[in-house]
Design a binder for this molecule. Sequence first.
Ligand SMILES: [Zn+2]
Length: 247
Amino acid sequence: MLTGTEAAETWIPHGGFQLERRKGKTPEGSLLTTDWLVPAWPHDDLTAVHPIAEQPCLHRVLASCPHDHVVKLAGLYGLLTATGKVARASDLPPEPVETWHREIRALRNATALWDAVAGKDDAALHRALPQHQAAKGKNLLGLAREHLARRVTEKIAGGRLELIAPPDEGPSQFTLCHRPVRLIDAIWQRFAEEIAGLIACTRCPAPGCGRWFPRNGGRSDRQFCSHACQVRAWRNGSPSFDAKRSF
Ligand SMILES: [Zn+2]
């Protein structure tokens, strides 16, 4: 079965997004006075992008991004909750910046828990589990695994299973594909793929890089995101990364 995350599509205005403070209705239906992500130019043209195909570790990028990078990230990858095709920038529904902050917090907590589970690190498990869970018993690893599975399952509920017809009259078969409806669903589904071992994400250790990339893409495990980074790291000796340049 294909997981369908790489096909997830969003629309980005050429001039990017900006924050606008006003009262409005959230995607969940409540009224809120807050900062909204809106196109910088209302009648701008749009470009379709496939965020997960461009950045396969987008869940990790969001989990580690600084608080004030939301406008920049939206300009690169699109809105988290918009659905369907749109023709003009003014058709994009305004998105509260709080949606980004909430999902970034949730991804940060869940990736910290997963890293503690993967590293079998008891001290980190204590820190990453909610207190009432950590206080339950001695089998922290088992508790953490169950908690993580429940949490991520709740987050990937916004997708559906689709049967895709063959594109031609040749011998190709129908395929079964899980399609996330919104970008945020695709991002959590990608994280679920990492937990299930379908992909492995790592951060490039080359000086001045820090970009997240899939370690197991291609023929063998890669240590650096690009050949240029590999060469730079060799020349510089010790690896280090710059968290500011991590997209
Ligand atoms: Zn790199």
